[in-house]
Design a protein around this ligand. Structure first.
Ligand SMILES: NC(=O)c1ccc[n+]([C@@H]2O[C@H](COP(=O)([O-])OP(=O)(O)OC[C@H]3O[C@@H](n4cnc5c(N)ncnc54)[C@H](O)[C@@H]3O)[C@@H](O)[C@H]2O)c1
Ligand SMILES: O=c1ccn([C@@H]2O[C@H](COP(=O)(O)OP(=O)(O)O[C@H]3O[C@H](CO)[C@@H](O)[C@H](O)[C@H]3O)[C@@H](O)[C@H]2O)c(=O)[nH]1
Length: 471
């Protein structure tokens, strides 16, 4: 059984995916009520804040979309069961991080939040409900969700209510942070996996409000779940590939951007995702590849597992390589030396720091006793403290590394022996190099791990410059 028209949607999980995705659905489907629920009262309060600049997720354009739909047909609430009961369709968009202990620790996805969500849906749903996996999940998780839901099927009958029944779909999300709204409004494709054609068409009709029919792909459940892990594995593999070539360029006198342009012009390779940098960060790539590796091992495919694992190994190596080359160029020691760190988010245009290369690199420099002056337009001091595992403090010279958050590049450069550019914020492309050079301790360095700064101007101002992938 299925429903042909969806009037009411509930999304469990008001995070980086649930919030923006539901905001766009509500904006594009004014006749559908959309309620985003979360256990975190703090997060829901932030989504409801009158000041749209205080939403819990920073994404260009998100404030405008939320401003249009919130209160009309977009709602944020902690009343999880109530919203599920009212919904024809429930998205599960909760976190699925890598397990930290137990079987599969360090590789397998921790599905406890997904399982808890499925149990809440089983309990609170009324009548027929379409349950959609929006979280990124291991292949065959839909089977687990289906089993949990099945246990309550047939119950809940009353004079006004038909018995409970469920259809499970997979609808992975491909948005990238920093461009979430643009990605949601103009997706390359929408993927829907399932077995119940009526449920598939009901969800397709929601996207059909703004996505062209040929971009809505339908597959079986397992292909849909696996396509998400595969897409991320391929994207991350490109980054490790280009970063490996960047190191080779530095050793041989080639320039990785010239190489990327030359190979990207081949339409079979394509020009996107070939920017060398400090390694990929973000909450997805590492977690999803490790999950793929774990699943391959589970199915006895050791060579396949080892192949994908190398993408993550190379990524760690790139981050370590950058930290170490900073130390080695600063005469082998950074103890007590000030280093200005430009950017802390895992990429530009987001406040997210999950798996940011800046964390590993800064921690390594702190370990060596450096005094870091970190500037990032969107990352708060409290987030940096959490990530770096120590509070901000200006103490220096005693061999223990310390850090502080500073508001501008000029303060990051003040008294510093080096600037280390780690996130490609646009403001770092237009630095006043003579002014910056004047406040640094000479001889001073610019280490540009994103090739974002104007290296020629920095050199003209007297700095020594290292740019990733430039021999
Ligand atoms: N961040 C991205 O760019 C991105 C993109 C595509 C897919 N994904 C996938 O989407 C999923 C969600 O990612 P995210 O970045 O939005 O995570 P997130 O941590 O930002 O948000 C998840 C939210 O779910 C809430 N939650 C957990 N269990 C709950 C429960 N039982 N009931 C109600 N709320 C609950 C948490 O409180 C949290 O606010 C993950 O599987 C991730 O891999 C993420
Ligand atoms: O050429 C490139 C492109 C990206 N990166 C880095 O790779 C990481 C990931 O970037 P990006 O993919 O743009 O952002 P995410 O938000 O992590 O998005 C990825 O992960 C999401 C979560 O699964 C998917 O939905 C998206 O399709 C997928 O792009 C960041 O650290 C980037 O700086 C590079 O170093 N070089």
């Amino acid at each position: 059984m299925g429903l042909s028209t969806i009037r009411s949607i509930c999304c469990i999980g008001a995070g980086y995916v649930g919030g923006p995705t539901m905001a766009v659905i509500a904006d594009r489907c004014p006749d559908v009520q959309v309620t985003v629920v979360d256990l975190s009262a703090e997060r829901i309060a932030a989504w409801n804040s009158a000041d749209l600049s205080r939403l819990p997720v920073y994404e260009p354009g998100l404030d405008a979309v939320v401003g249009r739909a919130r209160g009309r047909n977009l709602h944020f609430s902690t009343a999880v069961e109530e919203a599920i009961a009212a919904a024809d369709l429930v998205f599960i968009s909760v976190n699925t991080p890598t397990k930290t202990k137990g079987l599969g620790a360090g590789q397998a996805s921790d599905l406890k939040w997904v399982e808890a969500s499925a149990r809440t849906v089983a309990k609170a749903a009324q009548g027929h409900t379409i349950v959609v996996e929006k979280s990124t999940l291991p292949v065959r998780t839909a089977e687990v969700i289906q089993q949990i839901l099945s246990a309550s099927e047939g119950s809940g009958v009353s004079e006004t209510q038909p018995a409970k029944s469920f259809s499970v779909l997979s609808n992975p999300e491909f948005l990238a942070e920093g461009t979430a709204i643009a990605d949601l409004e103009k997706p390359d494709r929408v993927l829907i996996g399932g077995q119940d054609p009526e449920a598939i068409e009901a969800l397709a009709a929601i996207y059909g409000h703004w996505v062209a029919p040929q971009k809505i792909l339908r597959t079986n459940l397992w292909s849909s779940e696996l396509s998400k892990l595969t897409a991320n594995a391929f994207l991350a593999q490109r980054i490790s590939s280009i970063n490996s070539i960047a190191a080779f360029c530095e050793a041989t006198g080639a320039n990785v951007r010239e190489v990327a342009r030359a190979i990207g012009a081949d339409s079979r390779i394509g020009e996107k995702f070939l920017q060398a940098g400090p390694g990929f960060g973000g909450s997805c790539f590492k977690k999803d590849i490790l999950n793929l590796v774990y699943l391959c091992r589970h199915y006895g495919l050791e060579e396949v597992a080892a192949y994908w694992e190398q993408v993550v190994t190379l990524n760690h190596w790139q981050q370590q390589r950058i930290a170490r080359l900073v130390i080695s160029n600063l005469f082998g020691t950074v103890s007590g030396k000030r280093i200005g760190v430009l950017g802390f988010a895992f990429k530009a245009d987001t406040n997210d720091t999950r798996e940011s290369p800046a964390i590993r690199i800064c921690r390594e420099l702190l370990e060596e006793g450096a005094v870091l002056q970190i500037v990032d337009p969107k990352v708060s001091e409290s987030q940096m403290a959490k990530d770096l595992g120590q509070p901000a403090g200006a103490g220096e010279g005693d061999g223990d590394g310390s850090w502080q958050r500073v508001p501008e590049v000029l303060q990051a450069a003040s008294g510093a022996d080096a600037l280390l550019l780690l996130t490609e914020w646009q403001q770092f492309a237009v630095i006043d190099w003579p002014a910056v050079a004047a406040v640094m301790r000479q001889p001073a360095w610019l280490f540009d791990a994103r090739a974002k700064a104007d290296g020629a101007l920095a050199r003209a101002a007297g700095l020594q410059v290292w740019t990733v992938g430039e021999g």
